[in-house]
Ligand binder design. Structure first.
Ligand SMILES: [Zn+2]
Ligand SMILES: [Zn+2]
Length: 287
């Protein structure tokens, strides 16, 4: 048997456009193995309704080209803590619809932003998220998980502390259908210093204590245009932002993170990202 090299375990890719119809060729074009897609427009409440034949073709192509795992990014309008009754109902319906569809395309998880508290105190907003999640998951028995994404902490957004995520998961009694996605830019913007060795160590220790690595299903690989703790969600190409090459090298070579799927959501060097150049940088820093 050939000896497995450490790089065989790397799962690097990016967010690609085109939904079930065009994303496979785009993933191939940039040399992505892991892919993340939207199902329908991320800024619209309209439901994606792909034809069965297109779903079947997508699943077959992903298998044939040995791509994956596949992730779906949730709709940006979803706010599971919304104070507006109509908006909350639409959010629950939308996330549930996306989850069932993601299961159909055999995605590993729907990665989504839990929401924003608005005028509601955070503890109450977290309770709202939990109540909403119970509705989203009611009767759902699919394999595709629902992954809470850590956020940058802009405004009153929920999920910029690991304790937010663990409060939600604990209140859901550790529901196995829930997972977590870390975004390197969001972490840094939220004040977790993943750019330095000591900061990374402290960040991962807190993550392990609060959430645990068994929940970590994906990493969004993005450098940050803004400095530590700026609470702004501004993605930069890998190595060109405030996290820098050394920060990414340490994360990619860390045993707790290395084997997790890494998904680029960067602007790209010619504004057409995620691109092959960023993937090559990740590969280089990982080696
Ligand atoms: Zn992200
Ligand atoms: Zn972001």
């Amino acid at each position: 048997m050939p000896k497995t090299t450490i790089d065989d375990r790397l799962l690097l890719g990016g967010h690609v456009n085109g939904g079930v119809k065009g994303s496979v060729s785009k993933a191939e074009e940039i040399g992505a193995q892991v892919m993340q897609i939207f199902l329908g427009s991320p800024q619209s409440w309209a439901d994606a309704a792909p034809l069965d034949k297109d779903v079947d073709l997508f699943v077959a192509q992903v298998a044939d080209k040995k791509l994956g795992p596949v992730f779906v990014h949730g709709n940006y309008l979803v706010n599971l803590a919304s104070n507006d009754k109509t908006n909350l109902e639409k959010s629950i319906y939308k996330l549930r619809h996306t989850l069932f569809l993601a299961h159909r395309i055999r995605a590993q998880a729907v990665i989504f932003h839990p929401g924003a508290a608005g005028q509601t105190p955070k503890p109450d907003a977290l309770k709202k998220v939990v109540a909403s999640l119970k509705e989203v998951l009611k009767g759902y028995k699919g394999n595709c998980k629902l992954a809470l994404e850590v956020c940058a902490g802009a405004g009153t957004t929920i999920g910029d502390r690991f304790s937010d995520l663990s409060t939600i998961i604990d209140a859901m009694k550790g529901d196995e259908r829930l997972a977590v996605c870390l975004d390197t830019c969001h972490l840094f913007a939220a004040g977790y210093d993943v750019s330095s060795a000591s900061g990374l160590k402290a960040t991962l220790a807190e993550f392990e204590a609060e959430v645990g690595f068994d929940r970590l299903i994906a990493i969004h690989a993005n450098d940050s245009k803004t400095p530590l703790g700026a609470k702004k969600d501004r993605h930069e190409n890998i190595g060109k932002g405030c996290i820098g090459e050394d920060g990414f090298r340490r994360m990619l070579q860390h045993k707790a993170l290395r084997g997790v799927p890494w998904i680029l959501e960067v602007p790209g060097f010619s504004g057409n990202g995620p691109d092959r150049e960023n993937l090559d940088i990740l590969r280089l820093l990982a080696s």
